[in-house]
Design a protein around this ligand. Structure first.
Ligand code: ADP
Ligand code: MG
Length: 580
């Protein structure tokens, strides 16, 4: 971590700095600290850092700082491999542009109506973020005019390569003004990406953030798969059921330390927040209470917790997964001190699973799964704790005569047994936290999103013989290319291009070979996805003639070439380029 670099020293536009402050980040991540100066200076940049290290902000902050809000033609274009990423990047820009009034960004991606995109483009935008296929379409139609473009960003370049978009990306690179800044961000640098960088970047600065590998043998690591909305409940249950001495809980922002502390307190635990907004003496006081054991739960940010050496920390909980592996290693290094074994628990949502794998690689150790304790486990712990509390009182030197008499008197007066009286008391005592919590309504595990469905995971890698032929109601006459078809299917079905088999273009329809047993939800979704403005209307090819599209010449449903456009999926990218 770059301890020296602060946001103030980055020279970002004041409005951008204020927005960052509001989001509550304490410090730029390493890729941010090292990329921003180059991008602000107008240099080309090659940025390599693994997933989750904050690459989006690394280009969003400097490009936003250089935006001229009076201009209406796009000044920044960002290419992303998928529509989810396009939306995420667009949301990030909006967050950081919160203090730039009149700022406009439009995400453009396949499978979405052109109408809205065209309207927004016509109204004027400062930044465009989109998937390569759709961006190409708009450039071709003249609806995306890039003569004022200052900066082109290729985000997640290795992913674009993997999905077969490299040709499209190159096409776009050839159709933007030569006098422009280009930034390429990637988690890895495979040779084809390096080649793109060499060809299209001018004297680029290179920033590489090496993942720190570390041994973490003194810490037992577990991960809890949980939806973001369930994190608080999961944490509460862990607080109840884990046997801990001191627990250090990490969140991403200063605001979150205070918010989470309040919410945990509301659930009956004593805890405190530790963040960089507190002055030195307040921080020392809090850490002191934590060290001495008068406080067991501390909620902190990375910066605030740096260097904390409190031997009684038995648990580190990553309530928010850290944004890089180095931060993870620093965090869990707070436990497992003084020769004891510490425990680390990390909350991970579906979106964050890639980051988890990066952490596993960096720590060179597998991370076990922790199930969120269910109602039965909670009941068991509560009952045990209840009994133990009573036992402690009975075996301690607490004077109980007054209370014995109280119970006996009560039983006499109301004519019940002392057993009944004790039962009523026990009931009263547990009302806030019932000894028999109601059964869980649902599992807190993250559910796969319903749409778009990632068919890739559901499918085994199939040899070509297990491919099935599908018919798409868009053909050469409509302007379809194999690139469009692969792009639409890869993007919308989440199917890696290596799974997409042979594509044949006919005048008015096309066929594509896809793995046997495509989930029906994926097909339903794909039916509506548009290529060249027409719904794909994909269906299994049963040899029936395709229904005619309205208008156009009489059908000639024969391939123009006997040779298919493309037979080996892995060579697809090259052949698609030739086909164009
Ligand atoms: P990448 O593109 O490298 O995979 P992202 O840009 O998606 O990473 O960022 C990962 C996460 O880190 C996001 O949730 C983002 O909000 C958060 N993040 C980015 N910069 C910082 C920062 N300086 N401090 C704390 N969190 C950050
Ligand atoms: Mg990214």
């Amino acid at each position: 971590m770059n301890t020296e670099v602060s946001f103030a020293s980055l020279d970002l536009a004041p409005a951008v700095q204020r927005a960052i402050e509001e989001v509550g980040y304490e410090q730029p991540s390493p890729i941010q600290a090292r990329s921003v100066p180059h991008l602000l200076a107008g240099r080309d940049l090659l940025g390599v850092a693994q997933t989750g290290t904050g690459k989006t902000a690394a280009f969003a902050w400097p490009t936003l700082s250089r935006i001229d809000l009076d201009k209406t033609k796009p000044q920044v274009l960002i290419l992303t491999p998928t529509r989810e990423l396009a939306i995420q990047v667009s949301e990030a820009y909006q967050r950081y542009a919160g203090k730039l009034s009149g700022f406009r960004i439009v995400p453009i991606y396949g499978g979405q109506e052109y109408g809205g995109q065209l309207r927004q483009l016509r109204r004027g935008v400062h930044v465009v973020v989109g998937t390569p296929g759709r961006v190409m379409d708009h450039i071709r139609r003249g609806s995306l005019v890039l003569d004022q473009l200052q900066t082109l960003v290729l985000d997640e370049a290795d992913e674009m390569l993997r999905m077969g978009f490299l040709d499209d990306v190159e096409w776009i690179l050839q159709h933007v003004p030569e006098q422009r800044q280009t930034a390429l961000f990637s988690a890895t640098m495979p040779p084809p990406i390096r080649k793109v960088a060499e060809t299209y970047l001018t004297d680029p600065s290179e920033v590489r953030i090496k993942a720190e590998t570390a041994t973490v043998e003194h810490t037992e690591q577990r991960v809890c798969l949980v939806r973001p909305v369930d994190k608080l409940e999961a944490l509460t249950r862990i607080l109840e059921t884990e046997n801990f001495d001191g627990m250090l809980i990490f969140v991403r922002t200063k605001n979150a330390t205070v918010e989470l502390a309040e919410r945990i307190e509301a659930r009956g635990f004593t805890c405190d927040a530790l963040n960089g907004d507190m002055n030195q003496s307040a921080r020392e006081r809090t850490v002191g209470r934590f060290r001495s054991g008068s406080l067991d739960i501390l909620i902190a940010t990375d910066v605030a917790a740096r260097g904390i050496d409190v031997p009684r920390i038995s648990h580190v909980v990553n309530f928010d997964i850290p944004y890089d592996t180095e931060a993870y290693i620093h965090r869990i290094g707070r436990t497992g001190r003084a020769g004891r074994t510490g425990k680390a628990i990390t909350f991970v949502s579906l979106r964050e699973q890639r980051l988890l794998r990066a952490i596993e690689r960096a720590t060179r150790s597998p991370i076990e799964q922790l199930e969120v304790p269910g109602h039965k486990q909670l009941a068991k712990h509560r009952i045990e704790a209840f009994k133990q509390q009573m036992q402690e009182i009975l075996s301690g030197d607490q004077e109980l005569d007054f209370f014995r008499k109280l119970i006996c008197d009560f039983a006499d007066e109301s004519g019940c047994s002392t057993e009944d009286a004790a039962a009523a008391l026990a009931f009263l005592q547990q009302r806030k936290r019932p000894l028999q919590p109601p059964p869980d309504k649902k599992k807190m595990k993250p559910q796969k999103p319903a749409k778009p469905v990632k068919a890739d995971k559901a499918l085994p890698r199939t040899p070509d013989s297990e491919l099935e032929r599908y018919r798409i109601q868009v053909g050469r006459e409509h302007g379809a290319t194999p690139g469009h078809i692969v792009g639409a299917i890869a993007n919308e079905a989440g199917l890696a291009s290596r799974h997409i088999g042979r594509i044949q273009l006919y005048d008015r329809y096309s066929t594509v070979d896809l793995p046997h047993g495509m989930p029906s939800q994926v097909l339903r979704h794909l039916k509506r996805v548009r290529i060249c403005q027409l719904p794909m209307a994909i269906r299994r090819d049963d040899g029936r003639p395709s229904e005619a599209r309205p208008g156009g010449r009489p059908r000639r449903d024969k391939p123009r070439h006997d040779k298919p456009q493309h037979d080996k999926p892995q060579h697809f990218a090259k052949e698609a380029a030739q086909a164009r």
